[in-house]
Design a protein around this ligand. Structure first.
Ligand SMILES: [Zn+2]
Length: 173
């Protein structure tokens, strides 16, 4: 997990107020996640870290494309994503019970690694059904491929049609 170290933000030296960070999220990032459905991507992740007395507020803006496979024509296409998420990390003397929503930072923490958050936000943002669609939301599946796939499924359906001769034969039983 060497390369995910670059997604750590040291916060102890930061003044109170907002600080901007940028991270490139590409294939190498997803290589670090063994079970990632996303393999190829070209994303820019902008993080605004608001350092406050008792907490950090992290605002994420992740923008770019992820290589996806079309469920209709099976082609690979760039799926556009535009993600905005916020995460709160609270300072606490000691680690207190797990809380899904809030990250707890104890006095031993000097930096926060956001790789896991970015990975989660991107996977959640991926549409359940992926279809070739351009930035203007216009589908652009390969027509020839669609025709071939339709012909193929029509043939298979035909093959599955019971042979009427069998029905005739059944009558003789
Ligand atoms: Zn398609």
């Amino acid at each position: 997990m060497k390369s995910l170290k670059e997604f750590s933000i040291p916060f102890t030296g930061l003044k109170l107020g907002k600080h901007q960070f940028e991270f490139v999220v590409n294939d190498a990032f997803f290589d670090e996640f063994e079970y990632s459905l996303v393999k190829k991507a070209n994303l820019l992740c902008k993080v605004e870290l608001d350092r406050q007395e008792t907490m950090l507020i992290l605002n994420f803006a992740i923008n770019g494309t992820i290589d996806a496979n079309c469920d209709r024509c099976l082609a690979q296409y760039p799926q556009h994503v535009d993600i905005h998420e916020q995460q709160v990390a609270k300072f606490s003397e000691e680690a207190i019970g797990e809380d899904e929503e809030i990250i707890i930072l104890t006095k031993n923490d000097h930096e926060i690694n956001i790789a896991g958050l970015i990975y989660e936000y991107i996977n959640v943002a991926m549409p359940f059904i992926t279809v070739c669609i351009d930035e203007g939301k216009t589908p652009y599946c390969d027509k020839e491929m669609l025709d071939n796939l339709n012909k193929l499924s029509a043939n298979t359906e035909q093959d599955e049609q019971p042979d009427p001769r069998w029905d005739a034969l059944k009558k003789f039983k």
